[in-house]
Write a protein that binds this ligand. Structure first.
Ligand SMILES: [Zn+2]
Length: 165
């Protein structure tokens, strides 16, 4: 009962925002953190999506586009993927456990070349095209994350300002 009420609440928030976005995961929509929430002195620039307390859940690109940036760090967003879309928006998927194989292979080659686990690279358009709803990785708990979840952001590609999804 409590679960279904929460579910309806989330659905209402998504629908009442006037813009309905595809959901980036296959599991039911539950948020553990919301946009604009004050987080130790800074505003949380995205939404935290619960992943049933575990890692390895499929994460999908909500729209067609191309990987524009890949960041791997032991801190912050951990394994993070930035995808640019033809509508001028960028979606960000963070704290991933791993990327899908073609992206992972690209990352490995860069890590080898730079001799570093941590990388932050801008990926040329056409290198890693992404279909709508394609699985781009698996959810995780990488970087500065206090438990398994997917951190999702919607940004304006030009300004990189975060939009409220
Ligand atoms: Zn977050």
């Amino acid at each position: 009962m409590r679960l279904s009420l929460t579910y309806l609440g989330i659905l209402f928030v998504v629908l009442s925002s006037g813009q309905s976005l595809p959901w980036p995961m296959d599991i039911p929509p539950l948020l553990s953190g919301t946009f604009g929430e004050l987080r130790s002195g800074h505003f949380h620039a995205g939404v935290d999506i619960k992943t049933q307390g575990k890692e390895g859940q499929a994460v999908r690109s909500i729209w067609q586009g191309h990987v524009s940036r890949i960041k791997v760090s032991p801190y912050g967003y951990g394994h993070a993927l930035y995808i640019d879309h033809p509508n001028g928006k960028t979606t960000v998927y963070a704290h991933l456990q791993r990327f899908e194989e073609d992206i992972q292979a690209y990352v490995r080659s860069l890590q080898y070349k730079k001799r570093s686990f941590a990388i932050d690279v801008h990926v040329p358009k056409g290198k890693l095209p992404i279909d709508s709803a394609a699985i781009i990785g698996r959810s995780g708990n990488s970087g500065s994350s206090g438990g398994p979840h997917l951190h999702f952001e919607l940004r304006d590609s030009k300004s990189q300002h975060t939009l409220n999804p």
